[in-house]
Design a protein around this ligand. Structure first.
Ligand code: MTE
Ligand code: MO
Length: 330
């Protein structure tokens, strides 16, 4: 059997939706509304005309809803905010983040909330294995019992130039790694997402190298910033944000923040990872946010915020140099 792997420069399937396409579309729609002299009251009509009605909040929330937690775990939300972190710019509204996500297992468009219906996120467990003295399997009860949850206000920067500021609920990754006692030979931490084509439509008909995987050096994984999230906006993660447990590494491009984790493996050598394997010159292994290194198809100098489209200059390490800069000094 032969797989037809498109080359990166052939795009568009495998590549992230080029953001200029999305933005131009929005822009054209706004222009159209302006030209048509439509007021807010006319927008419903314009949506009918263009065939794309905008979903209401309830629809989005219902689509991403996860089974409610047993009371003893539900009380972990909302968790106490860790005051060490702040956005440094306006917070993104929950709806804007929930309706515009990247989750290629479900679709290559951003409305993944429309495609997560069959995704079963409970019960859930993940294994931690490889070069460690105490490999173990955690279910979500173990997670809620073993870690004390906190909320962190983090900036998020996707390699495609969209950005958001969202409050994550979770715990530092180093707390989890400590429990399994990494061996001195462990140099990398590989993380894998679920592999269930029957629950995730895009896994059935794309030739991506599933399951989605990512990796960090052990120094990165144990840096204080590397965060394991079980929640966002003060509640458990909705499906499209990577329920029930994901990684958040805010100084790196968003694709490193892998969702819906089922395995974490400590290894000696650097493993292949999902995007890096597909297009290494577009998605580097390290993938630290860096305005001076353009993506081959667009500049990385600025970013725009979900919900408002407000633009900001992109900063090195997404502004987290004080936490992680020392990791990369020669
Ligand atoms: N398993 C999995 N994890 C993933 C992705 C994905 O497609 N599959 N997309 C990544 C990308 S490109 C980004 S920008 C972030 C987006 O997180 P959000 O959609 O919750 O905002 O998730 C990352 N984690
Ligand atoms: Mo991304």
């Amino acid at each position: 059997m032969q797989f037809i792997i498109r080359r990166p420069w052939d795009l568009p399937q495998r590549a992230h939706t080029p953001i200029d396409v999305y933005r131009n579309r929005k822009h054209h729609r706004r222009e159209f509304l302006k030209r048509a002299g439509l007021t807010a009251a006319g927008i419903g009509m314009a949506n009918l005309l263009s065939g794309c009605s905008s979903p209401n909040n309830d629809e989005i929330e219902a689509a991403g809803a996860v089974p409610s937690l047993p009371t003893q775990h539900a009380s972990a939300y909302p968790a106490q905010r860790n005051r060490e972190f702040d956005y440094g710019r306006p917070k993104t509204v929950k709806r804007a983040a929930a309706e515009y996500t990247n989750f290629y297992e479900f679709s290559s468009s951003k409305d993944n909330w429309r495609h997560v219906e069959n995704f079963k996120v409970s019960p859930w467990s993940f294994e931690v294995d490889g070069l460690c003295s105490k490999p173990q399997t955690f279910d979500m009860d173990d997670v809620y019992q073993s870690f004390s949850l906190q909320e962190r206000a983090y900036r998020h920067r996707c390699v495609e130039t969209w950005a958001m500021c969202a409050p994550w609920t979770g715990f530092p990754f180093h707390e989890l790694l400590k429990l399994v006692e990494p061996k001195p030979a462990a140099k990398y931490v590989t993380i894998e997402s679920f592999n269930r084509p029957d629950e995730a439509p895009a896994m059935q008909h794309t030739v991506y190298p599933w399951p989605y995987s990512e990796a960090l050096s052990i120094e990165e994984a144990t840096n204080e910033l590397a965060f394991v999230a079980t929640g966002i906006y003060g509640a458990p993660l909705p499906k499209q944000h990577g329920a029930p447990i994901r990684l958040v590494v805010p100084w790196k491009y968003g694709f490193k923040s892998i969702k819906s984790i089922v395995r974490i493996t400590l290894t000696e050598s650097q493993p292949p990872t999902f995007w890096n394997q597909l297009a290494p010159h577009e998605y580097g292994f390290e993938a630290n946010v860096d305005p001076d290194v353009p993506h081959p198809r667009w500049s990385q100098r600025t970013e725009w915020m979900l919900g408002t489209n407000e633009e900001f200059e992109t900063t090195t390490y997404n502004g987290y140099g004080e936490f992680v800069g020392k990791l990369y000094q020669a």
